[in-house]
Design a protein around this ligand. Structure first.
Ligand SMILES: N=C(N)NCC[C@H]1O[C@@H](n2cnc3c(N)ncnc32)[C@H](O)[C@@H]1O
Length: 444
């Protein structure tokens, strides 16, 4: 009986503890569930990055620019989230936002990027570009004496032509030729075929992952993309500069500028927009806005700007000093401009191009320049055309002011968007028009 009583007491004890545990557990679950529904479970807002500019409509929606940090307070609705941007509250479209921790399979798209350089196609285009290739040859030739005994790195050497110029036209102590794509297989043979194996060492590697025998005196690279920065290979150049260039070492190019000019583009406008006005006697004009969006929402690469289509004297809007510019500077670059229109015409848009400059290793020696603008011998880059949505008639003496903003894509790291802001003041008016702007993704 005694044993029975003890067992009974034990049973009662256990069941009381168990029911206490269950009621605590259930209340915690309920709290958590309730918390999620009312959104109170995450009192801390989550930070997202804006992938695109967004202009909100009405008081309820927030406007923001690509790259802005957006605090999200409530994601209960799928498409519109309650957000805060710099102290302002409102709804934002969730599709425009990217969570910094979300895995992007490969923001650098390296497989696709280096794959594109693994065959001869792009190297043929670059090597066929005489102004480009001859400029680098002249840089090596005019610095051949000063290069004696120096250690040079050729970053992104491709088939190795700049390294071979060094080996054949100068007497450097060593040339480190660095190439990450499959074209490096051919570079090895080219170095031997041209008798440079004694001085040129090939590194088949991404430059950022290099382990070199020594630092270098000169870092030479042909890294420029459309609109100067597209591909953002320049980031690799700056990372290698910071890691492997000796104090006081030389960067070739030493500096780079982006130039801009307001321009006419009659052919582009007539072939892409006016074309729809009267088609075999039929009215297709309702397609003009569709054509505008399809053909003019992105920049036009390889545009051949004719000098007579320039409405003003071009101006340099952005300059990079390759010895001092930082990778973080590349996130957002802004350049202002103020053009005086030099002849009556139609402002269809703006054209951009770049120049690179190569300081001499000799004190006081000549700086060499590769200019890809409309007044120089055409290169494979040609120029980039940014078409506005509506042509603007202009007269001599009118003023076109504004800014160009290069915004690096926070997710797709080889891409950027270029926003052009502009306003016009006719020669007989005192005030400028309101500022208009258009954003051109290149390409994301
Ligand atoms: N726009 C250009 N001038 N592109 C040239 C790019 C050349 O450099 C190579 N390249 C680009 N980035 C890198 C890098 N980080 N490491 C090594 N090679 C590179 C690329 O494979 C191609 O051969």
């Amino acid at each position: 009986l005694c044993l029975g009583r003890e067992r009974f007491n034990l049973f009662v004890c256990l069941s009381v503890c168990l029911s206490a545990f269950l009621s605590v557990y259930l209340s915690v679950c309920l709290l958590e569930m309730n918390g999620d529904e009312s959104g109170e479970s995450n009192p801390e807002p989550e930070e997202f990055i804006a992938l695109e500019d967004f202009t909100g409509s009405g008081a309820e929606q927030l406007s923001f620019a690509v790259g802005d940090r957006i605090l999200i307070h409530d994601q209960s609705c799928a498409d519109w989230w309650w957000a805060e941007v710099e102290g302002r509250y409102g709804y934002v479209p969730s599709g425009y936002l990217h969570h910094p921790d979300a895995e992007v399979e490969d923001g650098w798209q390296d497989e696709e990027y280096f794959g594109s350089y693994g065959t001869l196609k792009l190297h043929l285009e670059m090597l066929s570009d005489r102004p480009r290739t001859e400029t680098y040859r002249q840089v090596i030739l005019s610095n051949s004496t000063a290069l004696r005994g120096k250690v040079v790195m050729d970053l992104g050497c491709g088939t190795g032509i700049i390294s071979l110029f060094c080996g054949r036209l100068a007497e450097p102590a060593a040339v480190y030729a660095v190439e990450a794509s499959a074209v490096a297989e051919h570079t090895e043979r080219l170095v031997k075929l041209n008798g440079c194996e004694g001085v040129v060492t090939l590194f088949k590697s991404r430059a950022e992952e290099l382990n070199l025998p020594s630092k270098v005196d000169v870092l030479v690279s042909e890294w420029m993309g459309n609109c100067l920065l597209f591909e953002f290979m320049v980031e690799s150049v700056l990372c290698v500069r910071d890691r492997w260039l000796k104090e006081g070492g030389m960067m070739w190019p030493s500096s780079a500028t982006l130039s801009l000019v307001p321009c006419q583009a009659d052919d582009d406008y007539s072939q892409k927009v006016e074309f729809w006005e009267n088609l075999y006697g039929l009215d297709y004009s309702c397609l003009q806005p569709v054509a505008q969006e399809e053909f003019f929402s992105k920049p036009k690469f390889s545009h051949q700007l004719k000098p007579e289509d320039c409405l003003s004297t071009p101006c340099d809007v952005i300059t990079l000093d390759m010895h001092t510019v930082k990778v973080s500077d590349l996130e957002k670059l802004r350049g202002e401009f103020q053009f005086t229109v030099e002849r009556r015409g139609t402002l269809h848009g703006f054209s951009a191009w770049f120049s690179t400059f190569f300081q001499s290793l000799d004190e006081g020696g000549p700086t060499l320049e590769l200019n890809t603008g409309p007044h120089s011998e055409p290169t494979h880059w040609k120029q980039t055309l940014f078409m506005l949505d509506a042509p603007i008639p202009v007269e001599e003496g009118d003023c076109v002011g504004g800014a160009i903003i290069l915004h690096r894509n926070p997710v797709w790291r080889r891409h950027m968007s270029i926003t052009i802001e502009w306003r016009k003041k006719s020669r007989n008016e005192a005030a400028f028009s309101e500022v208009k702007s258009k954003r051109f993704p290149m390409w994301r």
